[in-house]
Design a binder for this molecule. Structure first.
Ligand code: MG
Length: 386
């Protein structure tokens, strides 16, 4: 059964205006190829029934790699010009012809569902529709020396984007008659006497052309990505025994006793590690660093924080804030809070204003009050990609 609406994504260009060793549609953008973002937008769209990607001849394996095993996408080789590549794609669709074909540039990764919708709605049996934006800047025509020769009236001028949508059979006929000098598909359709409607594009639907376009696209994607906020808590206790100092929140404090443990027994960091692991659903500190493992004997507990941070980074997350409360009768924590905050901020890759250390005695009550041990609790909030 043929799809009513098909997408033809043209990614056959070899040009690279910013000197990378790969055509721009294969360059990485937020962890995937530029082309993969464009294809995914059409794949997600409920009205699109078939997708053909036209890749550079001889480099189709790069297209496959970029799309990472999307087996519902057909990939066909393009030609030396854009027009020939479009014709190759239309040919691939002609075996099960759709009513409407949307042609999209593989170097426009930020295309949205709303713009795809607007183009589909704009197409009918006679009329094509393209995404476009009215020109808002004043336009100047230059002379040969970089001076203004004339001010161009911008009234009724539009900038053409893609997708450009057409009744399939009519576009195919128009393409067969094309001269090869047209710069977009609408021009081919117009040249064959077709009418083309202008529908609202999106200023963010940019075409990756220069290196700075990739930075802009990253920033736009970061704003669009929904984030998932998670919180975890941690609690730890260590016994006090003979010694000369205690480690608390990554700071060594001279004291007449020490905290006993397999590692350096930094209860503050242990509670914090559990809070981070809790926030990302990754178990607890004992599972990751079993006390039976000789590797962790006498280890600096900031190694445990580093591992929790690695697990967080693996999930694409980062720390929003952390708050640690130390429960100790002695030593006095207050003089060390500022140093602890700096140490924690460093370990958590955040500014110190996102870290807090509090301390309380236990009013001489219980094991903390009797100075048999020190306890700590922590809360960590993390941001994960949604
Ligand atoms: Mg512990």
């Amino acid at each position: 059964m043929s799809a009513r609406v098909a997408a033809l994504i043209v990614a056959a260009g070899r040009s690279d205006r910013f000197g990378a060793d790969r055509p721009k549609q294969f360059l990485p953008l937020a962890g995937r190829a530029v082309l993969a973002h464009a294809v995914e937008a059409f794949r997600r769209h409920a009205a699109i029934g078939a997708i053909v990607v036209v890749g550079p001849e001889g480099r189709l394996d790069e297209v496959e790699n970029a799309l990472g095993g999307l087996d519902d996408i057909r990939i066909v080789p393009g030609g030396p010009t854009r027009g020939e590549s479009v014709r190759a794609g239309l040919e691939a669709l002609a075996m099960a012809p759709p009513e409407i074909v949307l042609i999209h540039d593989g170097a426009r990764p930020l295309i949205t569902t709303a713009v795809i919708d607007a183009v589909i709605v704009g197409v009918d049996a006679e009329t094509g529709a393209i995404a476009a934006l009215p020109v808002s800047d004043t336009l100047k025509r230059a002379d040969g020396a970089g001076h203004i020769a004339a001010t161009v009236d911008r009234d009724r001028l539009w900038r053409a984007q893609t997708p450009q949508g057409f009744p399939f059979a009519r576009l195919r006929a128009a393409q067969a008659a094309a001269t090869g000098t047209e710069t977009d598909d609408a021009a081919v359709f117009e040249a064959a006497g077709g009418r083309v409607r202008l529908v609202a594009g999106d200023p963010d639907n940019l075409k990756i052309t220069f290196a700075e376009d990739l930075d802009r696209a990253e920033a736009i994607l970061a704003m669009r990505t929904p984030m998932d906020i998670r919180t975890g808590t941690g609690f730890d206790v260590h016994r006090l025994g003979p010694g000369h100092s205690v480690w608390l929140c990554g700071v060594e404090i001279p004291f007449e006793r020490t905290l006993i443990g397999h590692s350096d027994a930094d209860v503050g960091l242990h509670a914090l590690v559990d809070a981070i692991l809790g926030a990302i659903g990754a178990g607890d500190i004992g599972e990751h660093f079993p006390p039976t493992d000789e590797r962790w004997r006498g280890a600096a507990s900031k190694l445990f924080v580093a591992e929790a941070m690695r697990l967080l980074a693996e999930r694409g997350g980062r720390i929003v804030n952390a708050d640690v409360t130390l429960l100790a009768e002695r030593p006095k924590i207050n003089p060390h809070k500022a140093a602890m905050r700096v140490a924690l901020a460093d370990m958590l890759a955040v500014t110190p204003d996102r870290v807090n250390v509090k301390a309380t005695t236990m009013e001489e009550l219980g094991f903390v009050g009797r100075e048999e041990g020190i306890a700590a609790q922590a809360v960590a909030t993390v941001l994960l990609p949604g």
